[in-house]
Ligand binder design. Sequence first.
Ligand code: ZN
Length: 132
Amino acid sequence: MVKKIEHIGIAVKRLAEAIPVYEKLLQTKCYKTEEVTSENVCTAFFQIGDTKIELLESTTEDGVIAKFIEKKGEGLHHIAFEVDNINEQIHHASPDFHVLQEKPKAGADNKQICFLHPKDTHGVLVEFCQEQ
Ligand code: ZN
């Protein structure tokens, strides 16, 4: 079951520049930064009510976020939906939606995550996440 929008991911070139901008915009402090080595990203989180904003900076020149920015520029990268059972969700999604991971993997913020290919979702990269 999809419970809510857990966070919205935004690709940025440099967290050091983006964090103060979003702190001013949202009038709240970034409460956590975390590197996710498996994804080659460094993330920064803002809590907005029941939802979060996740800024993503690539830690390598050829990481997914670096490639995304090269192609599309900075901006909206993905929407993450919290689910109560990610394995059930993957099972439910296939075969209509192409799940990019066979098995959920460890993501930022203590989550199990997987992504759906944007070609099946009208251009939106969708993440499912489940609290560990
Ligand atoms: Zn995310």
